[in-house]
Write a protein that binds this ligand. Structure first.
Ligand SMILES: NC(=O)C1=CN([C@@H]2O[C@H](COP(=O)(O)OP(=O)(O)OC[C@H]3O[C@@H](n4cnc5c(N)ncnc54)[C@H](OP(=O)(O)O)[C@@H]3O)[C@@H](O)[C@H]2O)C=CC1
Ligand SMILES: O=C(O)C1=N[C@H](C(=O)O)C[C@H](O)C1
Length: 239
């Protein structure tokens, strides 16, 4: 496949290396370090899919540009979902597919699946409070992490005692606390904890490297061309 890489930071560079190892070609790299390369230079003839890992403030514009050029786009940037409905509408209007995941690793998507099951089960028993905690490297610009937000949404859908989330300690029982920590080079750790006076239960995912994100994003890019609509990892993995 010919892949257009948008963002050439930690993820973009890791994706390039893995894409070449899988026999793909890099159609182009769009990044502030290469100001003469623009998404508008490419069409579906030059790029079978684009993979976008940039910045919360840049993602929507990049996704929009790909959809307008007819290039299927796999987006991993977090922190831009207030624009997601507009991106969905544009995907429908242009007939160009969009794939989005707050986290591309298979392990985290299993974690999301178990998280929803556990939330529903725990709600059947009184006495437990729940919170989400995420730990990431100090270069991360958004908080809470996209992954923590997806986990929180899964809890809110399945644990009726919680109706809203808050990115600090909860100030009322119906608030779900999402606690964010930034520490060294931590790749990404997410922990959901249920606590009662008697005991605690934890569901934890700890990324050891970025390989899981990279492999999932490449799988999505290989799967997306030729489809119509907006997709996520649950579609790819059948979860
Ligand atoms: N969904 C998932 O599985 C994962 C999601 N992420 C998310 O992906 C995003 C990127 O992460 P990461 O690679 O670690 O971040 P980095 O900061 O290492 O890299 C981002 C790159 O994007 C560039 N960039 C900024 N603005 C634009 C733009 N308008 N167009 C093109 N490139 C741009 C940056 O350039 P410059 O430095 O000059 O600004 C930088 O080179 C984050 O939102 C992160 O949360 C990360 C890992 C996994
Ligand atoms: O910025 C990161 O590094 C990561 N961002 C994603 C998020 O916000 O959830 C995914 C992963 O945790 C790494």
């Amino acid at each position: 496949m010919k892949l257009l890489l948008i963002g050439y930071g930690k993820m973009g560079r890791a994706i390039e290396a893995q894409a070449l190892a899988r026999g793909h070609q890099i159609a182009g790299i769009v990044d502030p370090s290469r100001p003469d390369v623009r998404i508008s230079d490419f069409t579906a003839a030059e790029a079978d899919a684009a993979i976008e890992f940039t910045h919360p403030d840049a993602a929507f514009q990049n996704v929009t540009a790909c959809l307008k050029q007819g290039i299927p786009v796999v987006c991993g940037s977090t922190g831009w979902l207030h624009h997601f409905a507009e991106a969905q509408a544009l995907s429908q209007q242009t007939g160009t597919p969009l794939f989005y995941a707050s986290n591309y690793s298979v392990g985290v998507n299993l974690f999301f699946h178990f998280n929803e099951y556990i939330a529903a089960k725990m709600h059947q028993f009184g006495g437990y409070d729940v919170q989400v905690r995420e730990i990431h490297h100090t270069q991360k610009v958004d908080q809470p992490s996209g992954t923590a937000l997806t986990a929180a949404e899964g809890i809110l859908r399945n644990f009726p005692g919680k109706t809203t989330w808050r990115n600090e300690a909860a100030s009322a029982p119906q608030e779900l606390a999402i606690l964010s920590e930034r520490e060294g080079t931590v790749v990404g750790t997410h922990i959901v904890t249920y606590s009662s006076a008697a005991d605690s239960i934890e569901l934890k995912h700890e990324a050891h490297t970025r390989d899981g994100f990279v492999q999932g994003a490449l799988l999505a890019a290989e799967w997306l061309p030729g489809r119509r609509g907006v997709f996520g990892m649950q579609d790819l993995l059948g979860l």
